[in-house]
Design a protein around this ligand. Structure first.
Ligand SMILES: Cc1cc2nc3c(=O)[nH]c(=O)nc-3n(C[C@H](O)[C@H](O)[C@H](O)COP(=O)(O)OP(=O)(O)OC[C@H]3O[C@@H](n4cnc5c(N)ncnc54)[C@H](O)[C@@H]3O)c2cc1C
Length: 384
């Protein structure tokens, strides 16, 4: 068993950290305040290969591992969780769905453009009436004159208002229940593809979240992604990988908040002493650092297994559940250590505190992670 990351991974961590400090940190508060998509920073991240990390080089990707990818997302989130979310939704949801379910032609058309950042991707599963119960999808796709015609609408799609490619799930056979849901690749300029409202959010405000609407949206037959009726099952596979990135996002967010609190505690004096000298503050810092470490290990375990081609349904859900709930607690403690100043936007913990909550909701709520894990545990005799 090896608990150290490699020299290459350390180098990757350093270069993503330097990039995030130089290109993201100076602007993060303004992007958040104004809900501005960080177009330039995303273009620079793309130039570094960060938008195609897990895809092979012959498809224009960077050819890195899931552990590398987790490091990238963690380092982006440490500075601005919204940027981590943009990259995660683009990579492990949209592009990865095309990678795992696409045919050669689809992979050759879309993956190089997505991996290079020329096109940004989004992934639309959730609907107003189908959130946790995604099998309740109502959007319909009907075959007509050699085309698929989509009608319906999606909600809460990350990157919706900035994407050029959307992977969306729609019902193709109502009678077949979740085996009647199919996935489609849509280029967002095509007729009948419309954007609805852009949400005004608590956190993650630099990433756009919004509605995607289909009004007689006609797609060539070739835009069916994977086999008809397999879109829901493929989505679950996509989420197995995606949850590793949300877990890494949570670890990075917690790390950013923890570092801010540590620094603040060593500068702020009360009762004539630095507050870091009070045992109550030290214990908070200790619990924060320890739980971040534990979550990171769960993320790396899930990523390591994924890199070896293993099914990670349980491990990625465990990493996501533990890391996101840990990160919410750490951001709360980080704000508490700042006292009243933590409540003020001049300090970064106020934003971490808002951003982090998405981690217990996106790609399946904590309740749904527990449900997924329970199903896996109950399959075995000894509950391992
Ligand atoms: C900022 C943001 C970005 C997002 N990005 C995307 C995206 O890119 N693509 C996409 O498809 N979706 C995206 N989502 C949607 C997200 O995945 C859903 O919000 C989430 O799955 C929950 O669905 P819901 O909001 O409809 O809540 P609901 O499903 O209505 O849940 C409400 C509450 O009931 C609980 N609950 C529901 N069912 C059960 C159950 N069986 N047992 C116990 N508790 C239960 C939930 O845990 C929750 O606490 C995003 C959401 C947000 C907020």
């Amino acid at each position: 068993m090896e608990f150290e990351i490699t020299a290459e991974q350390e180098h990757l961590r350093r270069s993503v950290r330097e990039f995030a400090e130089a290109e993201i940190r100076p602007h993060a508060a303004l992007w958040d305040e104004t809900q501005t998509f960080p177009r330039e920073a995303i273009a620079k991240a793309a130039a570094m290969g960060l938008l195609g990390a897990i895809f092979p080089e012959d498809l224009g990707g960077t050819g890195l591992s899931y552990i590398d990818y987790a490091i990238i997302i963690e380092e982006l989130a440490r500075v601005d969780p919204a940027v981590g979310l943009i990259v995660a939704a683009h990579t492990s949801l949209c592009t990865n769905h095309i990678y795992i379910a696409g045919n050669d032609e689809q992979k050759r058309r879309y993956i190089p453009r997505l991996a290079s950042g020329e096109w940004l991707g989004c992934w639309s599963l959730t609907e107003p009436e189908a959130g946790s119960d995604a099998a309740g999808t109502r959007s319909m796709a009907v075959r007509e004159d050699g085309c698929w015609v989509l009608n319906g609408g999606k909600t809460f799609t990350t990157n919706a208002h900035d994407a050029l490619v959307c992977v969306a799930m729609a019902v193709t056979d109502r009678a077949a229940s979740n085996r009647g849901i199919s996935a489609f690749i849509i280029e967002t300029g095509w007729p009948g593809y419309k954007l609805g409202r852009k949400e005004n959010k608590l956190g993650m405000r630099a990433s756009s979240t919004g509605e995607v609407l289909f009004a007689d949206c006609r797609l060539p037959e070739s835009q069916l992604l994977g086999r008809a009726g397999e879109g829901f099952v493929d989505s679950l596979r996509v989420l197995d990988g995606g949850r590793i990135s949300i877990a890494a996002l949570a670890v990075g967010t917690a790390q950013g908040a923890y570092e801010a609190a540590l620094k603040y505690s060593q500068h702020r004096k009360q009762f004539g002493r630095f507050i870091s000298e009070f045992q109550a503050i030290q214990h908070k810092l200790v619990d924060m650092a320890t739980s971040i470490d534990a979550a990171r290990l769960l993320v790396f375990r899930a990523a390591w297994l994924k890199d070896r081609g293993r099914r990670v349904t349980k491990e990625s859900a465990m990493a996501k559940l533990f890391a996101s709930e840990m990160a919410v607690r750490v951001c709360d403690d980080a704000l508490q250590i700042h006292g009243g100043y933590g409540f003020i936007k001049d300090y970064p913990v106020e934003k971490f505190y808002r951003d982090v909550k998405l981690c217990t909701i996106g790609e399946g709520t904590s309740e749904i992670q527990r449900l997924v894990i329970a199903r896996q545990l109950l399959k075995t005799r000894d509950g391992t």
